[in-house]
Design a protein around this ligand. Structure first.
Ligand code: HEC
Length: 158
């Protein structure tokens, strides 16, 4: 009997929690399409920002502006870090590709022998942290870039 009561309390809490998550007006800016915005809350964006400043800002810049002359290879033959603020071409990639780059770095997706400073964070960040940092980056993009990337995402899912 007591167990049934406990189970129903838990059920009510889950239902109420779900209702609050879906029903509450979103104070944050939507990321991508309707479907994605439902999953991204302020905690995720705060986590993403923290992950960014601790792991990415050193190369991609405090304001996600990238390194100078990011389109030109340095003397070591490697490309500098591009901006992640929506001014570069990051938004040309669907989420799955961006997550794969964050997780595995650039080299696995480049021709044999390509060297890049963008190493994967797979062993250092959890999947939730990698998703959160991507959500944070996207939330800061200008609306038109977000819209176009959402279309690229939709096409990639087809
Ligand atoms: C040691 C420097 C360095 C750090 C730290 C770093 N990056 Fe990068 N990142 C790069 C460089 C350099 C490139 C471009 C590499 C290339 O194209 O060869 C890049 C490319 C990328 C790209 C592809 C961008 C595009 O427009 O195609 C994404 C996404 C990215 N980084 C995300 C991140 C995230 C998220 C973090 C933190 C979790 C991070 N990076 C940390 C150097 C770094």
């Amino acid at each position: 009997m007591r167990q049934t009561a406990l189970i129903s309390t838990v059920m009510v809490m889950i239902l109420l929690g779900g209702w609050l998550m879906i029903g509450a007006p979103a104070p944050w800016s939507p990321v991508g399409g309707e479907r994605e915005s439902a999953a991204v809350g302020p905690e995720t964006l705060a986590l993403g920002e923290a992950v960014y400043s601790q792991n990415c800002a050193a190369c991609h810049g405090d304001d996600r502006e990238g390194q100078e002359n990011w389109r030109e290879r340095g003397e070591d033959g490697k490309l500098p870090a591009p901006p992640l603020d929506g001014s570069g071409h990051t938004w040309h990639h669907p989420d799955d590709e961006l997550l794969a780059i964050i997780e595995q770095g650039i080299e696995p997706f480049a021709p044999e022998g390509y060297r890049s400073d963008m190493k994967g964070f797979g062993g250092r960040l959890s999947e939730a942290e990698m998703r959160a940092v991507l959500a944070y980056l996207k939330a800061e993009w200008p609306e038109d870039k977000r819209q176009r990337q959402a279309e690229i995402n939709a096409r990639a899912r087809e």
